[in-house]
Design a protein around this ligand. Structure first.
Ligand SMILES: [Zn+2]
Length: 294
């Protein structure tokens, strides 16, 4: 047997079930954990927080795992030239953990794959920081949030907003993120009324255009919470919302978000931190955020 083949068949040894969600079991191994941490330390963009990430892996707060225990699927993946993402990660709000699901044999990873793994992990870690220490997350990331939401709401509603306006909006969104949607329609009405109250005297849009835009935003939020596939199927009806959010990333942080359709920002402040971490992973604020949970 050549070394390659030996390695291939040795891969699944030592696998253990690491996490179970929705009836799906995810397996990990000590070797995978090690390879994961090596990949993180090799990514120049994330290296500066690799010690923090290692700590979270050792605490079982970040769980690197394979998608399947099936050997055949490993072989299939090993030879797959499929350009689909090698890594998907989730923040699990109930357990306050991050699951990083790795499709391939990570030892095959090159520089770009290391970065993909590292940045995908980084993104979910920002949700983790917010989930575990919301008050301090808000304190540390506040200036960035203020900038982002000022640019977004000013652009979307053609208005000039002051500090108090932005603060009222971010506090409202922070409550949605922290406490969830207990009464969706009532909370959407509060959101509508808040924006109406703040913007109505400040917008340069006509009353009619303003109401159209406001309604569009609130409907997009309703679909995001209640039925995200309908939102994505009707992507074109909400282009203006997505474009304004994207432009705000560019204006606030210097780069667009190319990874996701931006809309979660309307109900989750941590999404702004998560996208920011992918755009500017070496910014010193990232390390400060990690320190809140390590
Ligand atoms: Zn996210």
């Amino acid at each position: 047997m050549s070394t390659d083949v030996t390695e291939l068949f040795a891969l699944p040894v030592g696998l253990y079930p690491a996490y179970k969600v929705d009836g799906q079991v995810f397996y990990s191994s000590d070797k995978l954990k090690q390879s994961f941490l090596i990949a993180i330390s090799k990514s120049s963009r994330v290296r500066h927080v690799s010690a923090n990430i290692e700590k979270l892996v050792n605490q079982n707060t970040i769980i690197p795992c394979f998608k399947s225990k099936n050997i055949l699927s490993f072989i299939k993946h090993k030879f797959s030239r499929n350009p689909e993402k090698n890594v998907v990660a989730f923040y699990l709000p109930d357990d306050k953990k991050v699951l990083v699901i790795i499709d391939n044999d990570i030892s095959l990873f090159g520089t770009s794959a290391n970065d993909e793994l590292a940045l995908t992990t980084l993104h979910e870690c920002m949700h983790l920081v917010a989930g575990r220490n919301y008050v301090n997350f808000l304190k540390v990331f506040r200036p960035y949030l203020d900038k982002f939401y000022k640019n977004f709401f000013e652009n979307y509603f053609k208005s000039n907003l002051d500090k108090k306006d932005i603060s009222n909006i971010t506090i409202f969104i922070s409550k949605l993120e922290r406490y969830g949607f207990r009464n969706l329609n009532q909370q959407l009405k509060q959101y509508y009324d808040l924006l109406d109250k703040i913007m109505s005297n400040k917008t340069k849009l006509s009353r009619q255009d303003f109401k159209i835009r406001l309604t569009k935003l609130i409907v997009a939020i309703k679909l995001l919470v209640a039925n995200v596939s309908v939102l994505l199927r009707n992507y074109h009806s909400f282009t203006m919302v997505f474009t304004s959010l994207n432009n705000s990333y560019k204006k606030s942080f210097g780069k667009s978000n190319t990874q996701t359709v931006p809309i979660q920002e309307s109900i989750a402040l941590s999404e702004v931190a998560a996208i920011f971490s992918e755009i500017r992973p070496t910014d010193p604020v990232i390390k400060r955020l990690f320190k809140l949970v390590t």
